[in-house]
Design a protein around this ligand. Sequence first.
Ligand SMILES: NC(=O)c1ccc[n+]([C@@H]2O[C@H](COP(=O)([O-])OP(=O)(O)OC[C@H]3O[C@@H](n4cnc5c(N)ncnc54)[C@H](OP(=O)(O)O)[C@@H]3O)[C@@H](O)[C@H]2O)c1
Length: 231
Amino acid sequence: MSDHFDQAIMPTAVVTGANRGIGLEWVKQLLEQGWDVYAGYRSDKGGLSETEANLLQLDVTSDESVKEFASSIPQRVDLLVNNAGVADGRWQSVSEIEHEEALRVLDINAVGPMRVTQALLSKLGGENMSTIAMVSSLMGSVEDCISGRSYAYRASKSALNMFSMAMKNELRDANISILILHPGWVQTDMGGPNATVTPNDSIAGMLQRVEEQTLAMSGRFVQYDGRALPW
Ligand SMILES: NC(=O)c1ccc[n+]([C@@H]2O[C@H](COP(=O)([O-])OP(=O)(O)OC[C@H]3O[C@@H](n4cnc5c(N)ncnc54)[C@H](OP(=O)(O)O)[C@@H]3O)[C@@H](O)[C@H]2O)c1
């Protein structure tokens, strides 16, 4: 556990999209490291039922659900992990892009983290620094967009990166640091079985990034192993 946190008090983390995949592994490793964890699940508790986390229903596309979620967390939050997300990968050509579905992906992946951040703002920062970890993707990198496709997913993660950078200065004044993360290509339902990184290695790396995070580092875009990524 980082020196940022008072060792006498259990630090508090909030994780969205926590019932499976990368989110569930965040919950497990945070608990192992002694954090008090509030875990959001959309409908199915999944693997969370076997953990000691505090379980709360959360749909990041619903203002009502997000407000209810935030108001159910009774204490200050040291770490918010905006992890919930969906892929698209459905459209092979520009002419096939479905607008409603594209808006749904943008809503979950880009606006969702903003809703949750807004709702928890009064519980973040203050005397001690809080970190907001945005689980983004290398696919949101404009410079790295060589193969194209995955239109809405790419756009949603670029938008998430820009939302994060645009609020960096304002949040710095409130003692909140933003960490924009690419988890690697991870073996989950989204990443598929051919992915090259295990959830265990991905989250262990991302937790190290959280531990080394300072206010001065706010707004960095790095992958799980610490490598800086192009915008
Ligand atoms: N896996 C990779 O290789 C990879 C690479 C780069 C970035 N990422 C990012 O990492 C994050 C987690 O991905 P993953 O691989 O763990 O995906 P996953 O296995 O498909 O899990 C996605 C999680 O997001 C939740 N979710 C979806 N829509 C939601 C909503 N409206 N409200 C609340 N929760 C919602 C899902 O809940 P339900 O179970 O209810 O659907 C699930 O818990 C995503 O942001 C993804 O873009 C993943």
